[in-house]
Design a protein around this ligand. Structure first.
Ligand SMILES: Nc1ncnc2c1ncn2[C@@H]1O[C@H](COP(=O)(O)OP(=O)(O)OP(=O)(O)O)[C@@H](O)[C@H]1O
Ligand SMILES: Nc1nc2c(c(=O)[nH]1)N[C@H]1C(S)=C(S)[C@@H](COP(=O)(O)O)O[C@H]1N2
Length: 216
């Protein structure tokens, strides 16, 4: 196992190392201000109950740059979770899913399926979204660790919708957001024990995987 000299060091065993990648031709050129990374940071800041360190990137819709950024965040910095926003539609420059699959060890199709289920409740054009999620393993051994990489839509408002899900008028959950499954997935790939605020997004784990509360 070789470790990069740029590897992030957890300040707490439960700290989540999280890459946030905004993929936008126009935001990266300064045509408009990037709202993708701030939307991700704001939602995660409200949803997470464990410490988190963010590594943020703003890049153009260019497949080699996207793949290299994902590999850097996973392999060199050691991120547990990488969320991308943008570039998942059908236009010629939308290549985020292909660039994500290019660095994948395994695909996690449930995330994309669930995002499209959620988004179809908001806009019929959600059928045009091609978001994928993958696991990227850092090396051949279990101790090398891995990252979960998830593509989210480009529209800043769609970030919250897909992460958190859809609520009925009385506040009950109509369609669970994809983040409900993220903490257990990170646990299964050897990452930290991530906890969430159940009022924002209740993390689901099988009973056997729930860590007893401290002092219990
Ligand atoms: N980083 C961003 N900040 C603010 N708004 C964004 C951002 N990315 C996308 N959007 C908005 O969401 C829409 C859909 O996102 P998509 O990823 O398809 O972008 P796009 O149309 O390919 O343009 P671009 O890559 O130049 O942002 C955009 O047209 C834009 O209105
Ligand atoms: N929740 C949600 N998902 C959404 C949307 C939306 O408004 N809300 N817009 C869709 C549209 S119009 C497109 S073309 C696809 C493409 O995603 P992109 O913005 O990453 O290109 O995401 C879709 N997903």
């Amino acid at each position: 196992m070789t470790t990069s000299s740029r590897r992030l060091v957890r300040r707490h065993p439960d700290e989540l190392l999280c890459g946030l990648v905004s993929i936008s031709d126009r935001a990266s050129r300064g045509v408009y201000a990037d709202e993708g990374v701030p939307a991700l940071r704001t939602w995660l800041g409200g949803a997470l109950r464990t410490p988190v360190h963010f590594e943020e990137r703003l890049i153009a819709d260019d497949a080699p740059t996207i793949s290299a950024t994902l590999a850097e965040l996973c392999d060199e910095l050691g991120c547990d979770l990488i969320l991308t926003t943008g570039g998942t539609g059908p236009a010629r420059r939308d290549v985020t899913p292909e660039a994500t699959l290019a660095v994948a060890t395994k695909e996690m199709p449930g995330f994309g399926e669930q995002m499209r289920q959620i988004s179809l409740r908001f806009v019929p054009t959600a059928i045009l979204s091609r978001q994928v999620a993958v696991i990227r393993e850092r090396g051949a051994g279990e101790a090398d660790g891995a990252a979960l990489i998830v593509n989210l839509p480009g529209q800043p408002k769609a970030i919250r919708e897909t992460l958190e899900g859809l609520r009925e008028a009385d506040g009950t959950l109509a369609v669970p957001g994809i983040f409900a499954a993220v903490p257990y997935c990170i646990q299964l790939i050897g990452g930290p024990y991530v906890e969430t605020d159940a009022a924002v997004c209740k993390a689901f784990r099988p009973k056997a995987a729930i860590r007893p509360a401290a002092g219990a």
